[in-house]
Every structure is written in C-alpha cells, then in structure tokens.
Design a protein around this ligand. Structure first.
Ligand code: PLP
Length: 340
C-alpha cells in the first residue's frame, strides 16, 4: 500500500509555509531575517521548526531514525493531523475500538469525519474481524490504543499486525503507555508497514505532561507530510530546551517503582469488600469495578483523593480508573477504600 495515494489531494499538493529558519540554517550569524527583537532574553528567537537536535536525541533513545520521527504539541497534534491529512470531511470515515481514549472521537467530530466504534470483546480483547467488518472503501483511519486507556490492557500483537495488513487505510497505534507494559513497541517494525503510525508521548512514563510533547513514528513520507501541515513553530523554545535536558535524566527507576506499586495496588484492591473486580493492567493505572462507583468516587474526593469516574462509558459500567501514584498516595487511596 502506498500511503501517498490516501492523502487528500489538497494536502498532497500543499506548498508549505517557508519560515526564515527554513531558508537559512546555520549557527553563528547576524540574523536579520525573521523580524525578531535582536536583544537576547533567552526567548527572542524563533524555535527550530524541524526540532533537529531533539529528534537526534529521541532517535538515540527510541532506536528510530530521525527521519521517521514527527514531534507534536502533545499526542493531540498528530491525532488531529492524521484526520487532516487523510480524511476528506463529510466523505471519509475513521474506525476505532471502544472503549478507548476520547480524543480520537473528538478530533473526528472537529474534522467532520464519521467515526465508527467497534466494542472490544470479553476482557477488552481486540476483535479484528469486527473491526474489518466495520471498515469500507471510505475508511481512511483506524485508531488502536495498546495498552488501552481506560481498560489498561495490551492488545494482542498478532491482531494488531493483521489489522495493519488488512485495514484499507492508515492504522494509528497509540502506545502512550508502552513503557509500563514490558512488551516491544511497534516502532521496530515501521519499515514492514508503510501504513502504520505509532504514537508515543512524553506525558506519562517520561514525566513531562506539562511540557506538551507527543511523538509520531512513521514512514518518511508520512512524517514529511505531517511536518508540512503542522504549525511551523509547533514546539516552542522552552519545551525544546527543557525536554532535551530532561531526557538526560533516566526514568527507569520511576517506571520500575510504578510497575511494582501497580502490582501491590491490584493485590490490595482485590482484598477489599467494596471492590467487585480489578482488571489486569499493562499501564500506569488500574480499572476497578464497584457496585456504586459514584458513592465510592465521592468518598475518595471527601478524603482528598481524585480518581477518574469512567462508569458512564459503555463497557466500563461501575468502573473507576485509578492512576498509580507514589507509595504514600496509593496507601491513602487504599485506606479510604478499606473503610467502605
Ligand atoms: C495520556 C494519553 C496520551 C497523551 O496525550 P498527550 O497529548 O501527549 O499528553 C495519548 N494517548 C492516550 C491513550 C493517553 O491516555
């Protein structure tokens, strides 16, 4: 499959805005090309629109060539861009699993793209047959999320692989929680699958939610097209600088601690009378079912602990989603639940 053939014609033919920094790239010089204020305060110059240095750092960490990395203002940016690249509003449709991350659906609505949701099977397992049955010749995007939010489970790799091979459009595989999963990323297989976009983020394991940095890994042509359509200066100077500094601080020990706390939280939750069921988790949160989730939620809030009420989502009836915090925070949550 040639992903270029799936691009909207206006995007395929787009002549991108050319920034001053695109036209001349060099180090030392007298910069009179971008109408900036010349007095140095640390922020007076425009950022690198190609994020060259950051991509080199990320390339080393992720083991993916820089030419296969797109950097966005959070994962939200590549999610929205995927619609803008591949879906003609009012014509094409996108397919997704359910329940899953809400942003895929919101971005579809913003772009006036029909959104087809296919419920996950028992234990939130991927159902490739149902997904392929929901697709047609106008299906341009398939959103998968593994480990999935809010269910917490990894989707079976064989099912993902089959969908990438058989889905008639682009498959966006969101791996926001892959660092907690102990399973290999699909980024190692990009050359096999020209229609695959893998999303990751620095918001979860890497501890940089406040800096807003999302990653899309894909074939060079898709990355190049995403880069032509994005706002030229989508990643500001401060974010580029702080992310580069922060990437030098390994997070392995924190991730290990979170994963070990996850096991402890699951075991302790299972012992509590108020808890009906705890779903297995490959992420940094657990989904737990209660008879009266709203009452449990309110009691937690009264004790100063905020979790996410997912009980009104189809397939998650009765469920609260609980993020794994520090050992003290987890203890505070468990202590309140133990009184119910
Ligand atoms: C948290 C999360 C993200 C991260 O979004 P950012 O915009 O990068 O902060 C992406 N996908 C899923 C499924 C998430 O849960």
């Amino acid at each position: 499959m040639d992903p270029k053939s799936l691009l909207r014609p206006n995007i395929r033919d787009l002549a991108p805005y050319s920034t001053a920094r695109d036209e001349y790239q060099g180090e030392l010089g007298v910069y009179l090309d971008a109408n900036e204020n010349p007095y140095d305060n640390g922020y007076n110059r425009y950022p690198d629109p190609r994020q060259t240095e950051l991509k080199q750092l990320l390339s080393r960490i992720k083991g993916v060539p820089a030419a296969n990395i797109f950097i966005g203002n959070g994962s939200d940016e590549p999610i929205d861009l995927a619609y803008r690249l591949f879906c003609e509003p009012g014509v094409h449709n996108a397919v997704s699993i359910a329940p899953t991350y809400g942003m895929y659906k919101v971005a579809a609505a913003i772009n006036n793209v029909a959104f087809r949701e296919v419920q996950l099977g028992p234990d939130f397992a991927l159902d490739p047959d149902a997904i392929l049955a929901a697709a047609d010749a106008d299906s341009r995007l398939l959103f998968l999320c593994s480990p999935n939010n809010p269910t917490g489970n990894l989707l079976a790799a064989a099912g993902i692989e089959r969908l990438v091979r058989e889905f008639p459009g682009i498959v966006v595989l969101d791996e926001a929680y892959i660092d907690f999963a102990g399973a290999p990323s699909f980024t190692a297989r990009l050359t096999e699958f020209p229609n695959l976009i893998v999303l990751q983020t620095l918001s979860k394991a890497w501890g940089m939610a406040g800096l807003r940095l999302g990653l899309a890994f894909a074939g060079e042509e898709i990355v190049e097209t995403l880069s032509r359509v994005k706002y030229p200066y989508n990643i500001n100077v401060v974010t580029q600088k702080l992310v580069a500094e922060q990437l030098a601080q390994p997070v392995d020990a924190e991730v290990e601690e979170i994963v070990s706390q996850r096991g402890m939280v699951i075991r302790d939750l299972q012992k509590l009378p108020v808890v009906r069921h705890v779903y297995p988790s490959d992420a940094n949160f657990v989904l737990a079912r209660f008879d009266d989730p709203r009452a449990v939620y309110d009691r937690l809030v009264a004790g100063g602990v905020i979790v996410r009420d997912r009980s009104r989502i189809k397939g998650c009836e009765g469920c609260l989603r609980i993020t794994i915090g520090t050992p003290d925070e987890n203890m505070a949550m468990l202590e309140i639940l133990s009184t119910l």
